[in-house]
Design a protein around this ligand. Structure first.
Ligand SMILES: Cc1cc2nc3c(=O)[nH]c(=O)nc-3n(C[C@H](O)[C@H](O)[C@H](O)COP(=O)(O)OP(=O)(O)OC[C@H]3O[C@@H](n4cnc5c(N)ncnc54)[C@H](O)[C@@H]3O)c2cc1C
Length: 462
């Protein structure tokens, strides 16, 4: 869309010239979702909450679409400016403002990289658990907007569970706090939780007060091989039933491990006959406390069909195993064109989900690679294009995804556990949502953004 001179003049009147970009904008038209590209007309890098609110008010007045962007690592196209207009980058809103050790809280700007926060609070013996595998490049603002999870959500919960209060810039130019810096809150509608997971469609988060916990003193990893997929999935329920709460239970199919090892240029540290691995982390006060727990857990897993379990308590071995897990997404992308679906089902339904995925793949002759947060029933199903010609892939993929999600819904699950709906998943909302639910959500959107200018075209068809 063409931006008017008067709109640009009003922007340039208060934004420093190095915070305004009018050329070479292609990188801001992409995120990590497929090959989509929607180039914006302008990118702004506000340095304060007040400037952010002023920008939104101007967009509202001049009817300019505006899309907020954090690290651009989203997997559902949330940060794509699909209607053009302006991208508001949080790159310069990147300060950790206050680590409050007395109240176990931290106040941050939204552009802080997740891993940077984790490392900063670790210096005070504190822990911020939400850790998407993209934590080295994604931002807290993006995590809040997507209610991001990660491996440690199994024990500690997702981003949603660590938010106390948010400062939000609204489309009318106002700047509000949504709650209070307290851990209990029963004061009217919970606007803080409404903002979390709203995918940048209701307001722009300009500050966040997040909850911290004391850091665990020790952790160790169990690398647990299985010779069939169902046993690996069933073992997850068995761990729970035994009353053991690992800090992570990650599932990786053999193909995922192979691709990641190849991508990292390391030798596969697993026997060839393995079909899937569970990577299980235990944490607690000390290793002395964890070794007996690991032994009890190993006994349970062996009963469920596990092969030879390897215990990793040395930093370099743990690091290699986590790198293998965290790089799977990039490795799949390097292997082939693909489509990732963020399925989530009740934990006990995991074996049925895996059976369905494999049956679908046999039916359509398409390979899949599955991995993810098995402890939460959250499996990333990657369908691979590989040798298939474009017409076959383009025709078959939507059919496969629809069949997959119908089964996910039948199993009591839904179409996204942590990646959000954004641009790429909105056509599947109707499969899992009642029309009345969607109408209620559209009503909420209309209250915050009556003209539909903030991150337009996301979550549902306009
Ligand atoms: C290799 C890889 C691994 C991943 N692993 C995980 C994982 O384990 N768990 C997981 O949950 N996700 C994972 N993701 C997905 C992605 O990293 C998360 O969704 C992350 O939260 C996005 O953060 P971001 O800063 O990159 O946001 P962006 O992609 O820039 O934006 C995402 C959404 O947030 C909105 N937004 C950004 N900042 C703000 C703000 N300040 N106010 C309001 N809205 C805002 C945007 O408008 C957009 O809708 C992974 C992605 C990759 C590429």
């Amino acid at each position: 869309m063409a931006l008017t001179t008067s709109f640009l003049d009003e922007i340039l009147a208060f934004m420093p010239s190095d915070a305004v970009r009018l050329n070479d904008l292609e990188e801001f038209g992409r995120d990590e979702t497929d090959d989509y590209c929607f180039e914006p007309d302008l990118v702004l890098f506000p340095g304060s909450a007040e400037d952010t609110a002023r920008i939104l008010a101007l967009c509202n007045r001049y009817k300019v679409p505006v899309t907020c962007r954090g690290g651009g690592t989203g997997l559902s196209g949330g940060a794509l400016p699909v209607k053009g207009g302006l991208v508001l980058s949080t790159d310069r809103l990147n300060r950790i403002l206050y680590i409050d050790t007395a109240n176990l809280q931290v106040t941050v700007e939204p552009g802080v990289i997740t891993q940077v926060l984790q490392e900063s609070v670790a210096e005070f013996g504190l822990y911020y658990p939400p850790d998407p595998s993209s934590r080295g490049t994604c931002t807290l603002g993006g995590n809040l907007a997507e209610s991001a999870g990660g491996p440690h959500a199994f024990k500690y919960g997702t981003t949603r569970d660590y938010v106390l209060n948010l400062q939000v810039a609204l489309m009318d130019g106002s700047l509000i706090w949504t709650g209070a810096n307290v851990t209990k809150y029963a004061t009217g509608y919970h606007l803080t939780q409404l903002m979390v997971g709203s995918e940048g469609t209701l307001g722009v988060i300009t500050q966040a007060v997040l909850k911290l916990i004391p850091a665990p003193g020790a952790d160790l990893l169990l690398s647990v091989p299985f010779y069939d997929l169902e046993s690996a999935c069933r073992a997850v329920s068995a761990i729970q039933l035994a009353g053991i709460r690992p800090s992570a239970v990650e599932f990786m199919e053999k193909e995922a491990l192979e691709m990641s090892a190849k991508f990292l240029g390391i030798t596969m540290p697993f026997p060839a006959e393995v079909v899937a691995e569970l990577l299980i982390e235990l944490d607690g006060d000390s290793l002395d406390q964890l070794y007996p727990l690991a032994e009890r857990l190993s006994g349970i897993l062996e009963q469920e069909g596990a092969g030879e379990i390897r215990l990793a308590d040395q930093a370099d071995t743990k690091e290699t195993l986590w790198r293998l897990r965290r790089q799977i997404g990039h490795a799949v992308r390097a292997h082939s064109t693909y489509k990732e679906e963020d399925t989530v089902v009740p934990m006990s339904a995991l074996p049925s989900l895996m059976l369905k995925v494999k049956a679908l793949c046999r039916k359509y002759g398409v390979r899949s690679v599955c991995y993810g947060h098995a402890g939460d029933g959250n499996i990333h199903v990657n369908l691979l294009k590989e040798q298939h010609p474009d017409p076959y892939w383009n025709q078959t993929l939507p059919i496969m995804i629809e069949e997959l999600f119908e089964e996910v819904h039948r199993l009591g699950g839904t179409v996204s556990g942590e990646h959000g709906i954004g641009w790429s998943q909105k056509r599947y909302m109707a499969l899992v949502m009642d029309p009345v639910q969607i109408q209620l959500m559209k009503g909420i959107k209309a209250v915050f953004d009556p003209l539909g200018l903030l991150n337009p075209g996301k979550i549902w068809e306009a």
